[in-house]
Design a protein around this ligand. Structure first.
Ligand SMILES: NC(=O)c1ccc[n+]([C@@H]2O[C@H](COP(=O)([O-])OP(=O)(O)OC[C@H]3O[C@@H](n4cnc5c(N)ncnc54)[C@H](OP(=O)(O)O)[C@@H]3O)[C@@H](O)[C@H]2O)c1
Length: 256
């Protein structure tokens, strides 16, 4: 029998996980969703036969073997109010919820891990970091693009910190689109152009395993050319140092 997944906290990341599990899949696993995030739960249940919405969080646990926790950290204490079985397996996506507290909350379940699924899991294109390694988490995230199992908690939290740079990355693209508007380019053409430039350049990362970012930077930076100039000016203005400092700040928040 295939695993049935219960999901608690049906927002952006749960939607991406359920979409990746079900979209275009001939025999998707059963997914039982908590009712909070009502519009998203209802929409996913409507779209996929394998998905149903439970009346409450306890009913999610009662109907599932592997429980994927996608709650905001502020709601995590509510896990402790639920009746867990010893055979439940818990895969938490809740940032900044450390293993000691997670295990306390889900006792008597003992098989648990943390994970950082990102929105591309919806397209089965994510590489999800998991700590500590857990077979059921690997089975889940291998369906969603791949799993990076991390034994060491500090290494896991550092990986989590880099996943917190995506909003900044899109702001970087938005800055370019906004600048194009000041140059008289229409908003649509500017955004389309920036998106195509990056989609083309980033597409090559899929086949590079592992990619060499310094080498790629070198390939784009023709000596004396404008790519080299922009990279140098950003470096001299402290943009890359600011990113390193921001990563240190993210790690401080994520470390538990
Ligand atoms: N988004 C990402 O890319 C991403 C990536 C990795 C990890 N995470 C982590 O995943 C967690 C969720 O993030 P998100 O972006 O998906 O947040 P989100 O879109 O705000 O969704 C959170 C959901 O949790 C529901 N919820 C709150 N309290 C609940 C409770 N007591 N019982 C059941 N459901 C409850 C909310 O329901 P209502 O709408 O009814 O309040 C909401 O639908 C966070 O801890 C975040 O750090 C997110």
């Amino acid at each position: 029998m295939s695993t049935s997944y219960g999901l608690l906290g049906i927002g952006s990341i749960a939607r991406a996980i359920v979409t990746g599990l079900c979209e275009g899949v001939a025999a998707p696993p059963r997914a039982i969703l908590s009712p909070r995030g009502a519009a998203t739960s209802a929409e996913l249940a409507e779209r996929y036969d394998a998905v149903s919405v439970a009346p409450d969080n306890q009913a999610v646990l009662d109907a599932s073997q592997v429980v994927v926790v996608c709650l905001p950290v502020a709601a995590a204490d509510q896990l402790g109010a639920l009746s867990w079985r010893p055979d439940h397996v818990v895969v938490s996506a809740t940032a900044a919820l450390g293993m000691p507290r997670l295990l306390e909350l889900v006792a008597p379940a003992t098989r648990a891990c943390r994970s950082v699924p990102m929105p591309p899991v919806a397209d089965r294109a994510g590489l999800t970091a998991v700590h500590p390694p857990l077979a059921e988490a690997r089975a889940l995230f291998d369906r969603l693009g791949g799993t990076l199992e991390v034994e060491d908690v500090t290494a896991y939290e550092a990986l989590s910190a880099t996943s917190a740079t995506l909003a900044g990355f899109f702001a970087y693209l938005d800055t370019q689109a906004a600048w194009l508007r000041t140059q008289g380019i229409s908003a649509a053409d500017g955004s389309r152009y920036v998106a195509a430039t990056y989609a083309g350049a980033l597409g090559s990362l899929r086949s590079a395993d592992p990619p060499d970012f310094a080498e790629l930077a070198g390939e784009y930076a023709t000596p004396g050319g404008v790519n080299e100039q922009v990279a140098r000016e950003l470096r001299e203005a402290g943009a890359f140092d600011a990113l390193t400092t921001a990563l240190d700040g993210a790690l401080l928040r994520l470390a538990t």
